[in-house]
Ligand binder design. Structure first.
Ligand SMILES: [Zn+2]
Ligand SMILES: [Zn+2]
Length: 376
């Protein structure tokens, strides 16, 4: 027989365990009066525990992304004790964070609390996704599907290509690209059949976008949650090529932004010391195309992103970098062999900041990307 004292201790520990497991708070999220889900202590704590760098607050955008939102127009915070507050999301999206306590911080350290959030979001059902690229290339070569692929195949015919090229334009803002095309500054892009609007994953940074690009899975699946994660254990397009005895060459800038296992990697340092690497990436790409064209060629141009960070996306430097890439793409296109499937895309966009540009927030400027499939 269990002694009374032991019984009380057991009972107390059950009560304690139960209350420790129960989330301390929750915020119900609604769109058009429909309950979409909740943000709670557990969902915030997941990222506090999993982010590589130590942090006590998580972007509110991360929580909205996990509930299925990539673009948000407006957000309303509703609490029982205070008047509700509505914001244009793009004005607070960069700074809004949430803590494990449930406290939300907006811009200028303004703290609020909410029991409910109402979202007004645009439809993105007609957008391409960065996760479409790997399944499309796999399909083009009649390879098996990647496990748990999230993307859609954007081709109708399969098995008619000898080669594929992935042209990765780091940090190219969709709106700026299309406005430069409209003003006649990009002759190569202009003669293509339009640029598709695409969406990258959150956070829109090179590591997470590269993982989504290569695995066709979301960060929660491939575990590349953000900065500091440079590889994934999920199966990549390059793994799939290697398993099927197909060759992959990756021409990179001065360093690898993300682990590219199963690709022969060519680093293109700034050999001529002119402060940029795109010219070196371009030369190395031409050399590969003319001497040793693999089944899949991956070309990563970095300078547009660098110029965007340094001078901002509306600067003449950013524009000049895009114009230069346009001329490189024309040269590459001319030299590619016949029956090559080409995809041109950005990993994320770029928004203006006080001292240049940045990306990584749940805003249209960062998340909307150009995606193009062309055939030669
Ligand atoms: Zn990038
Ligand atoms: Zn960047």
């Amino acid at each position: 027989m269990i002694k009374n004292k032991t019984k009380i201790i057991l009972l107390l520990s059950f009560v304690f365990l139960f209350s420790a497991c129960k989330p301390a708070w929750k915020i119900e999220v609604f769109e058009d009066g429909r309950n979409i889900g909740v943000i709670n202590q557990e969902s915030v704590k997941f990222y506090i525990d999993n982010y590589e760098e130590e942090t006590s607050e998580i972007p509110l955008g991360q929580m909205l992304y996990d509930l299925g939102y990539t673009l948000v127009d407006e957000i309303t915070f509703i609490s029982e004790s205070e008047a509700s507050l509505t914001y244009v999301w793009d004005e607070i999206g960069e700074t809004a964070t949430i803590r494990e306590s449930g406290e939300i911080t907006l811009e200028d350290d303004k703290m609020i609390s909410a029991d409910q959030i109402e979202i007004d979001a645009p439809s993105i059902s007609n957008y391409y996704s960065i996760m479409d690229i790997a399944p499309t290339i796999a399909y083009a070569f009649t390879l098996p599907e990647l496990p748990n692929a999230n993307g859609q195949v954007r081709l109708t015919e399969s098995g008619i290509w000898d080669h594929a090229v992935m042209i990765f334009l780091d940090g190219l803002n969709y709106d700026i690209l299309t406005s430069l095309i409209d003003t006649g500054k990009l002759p190569f892009f202009e003669q293509l059949n339009g640029v598709q609007q695409g969406i990258t994953v959150f956070p829109p940074i090179t590591t997470s976008s590269s993982a989504a690009l290569l695995t066709s899975t979301l960060p929660k699946e491939n575990k590349v949650y953000g900065y500091g994660y440079r590889k994934t254990t999920s199966k990549t397009l390059f793994d799939l090529f290697a398993e099927n005895s197909k060759s992959v060459i990756a021409v990179e800038g001065h360093s690898l932004a993300f682990n590219l296992r199963n690709a022969e990697t060519i680093l293109s340092g700034d050999r001529d010391e002119n402060g940029i690497t795109n010219d070196n990436v371009f030369e190395n790409s031409l050399e590969v195309i003319l001497s040793d064209m693999p089944d899949l060629l991956y070309i990563h141009f970095h300078d547009i992103d660098d110029m965007g960070h340094q001078y901002g996306p509306f600067s003449s430097e950013y524009e000049a970098s895009i114009i230069q890439v346009d001329s490189y793409l024309e040269e590459i296109f001319i030299r590619l062999p016949e029956d090559t499937l080409i995809t041109i895309f950005a990993d994320h966009g770029m928004h203006k900041t006080e001292d240049g540009g940045n990306h990584g927030t749940l805003t249209a400027a960062d998340l909307i990307i150009p995606i193009i499939f062309i055939e030669k």
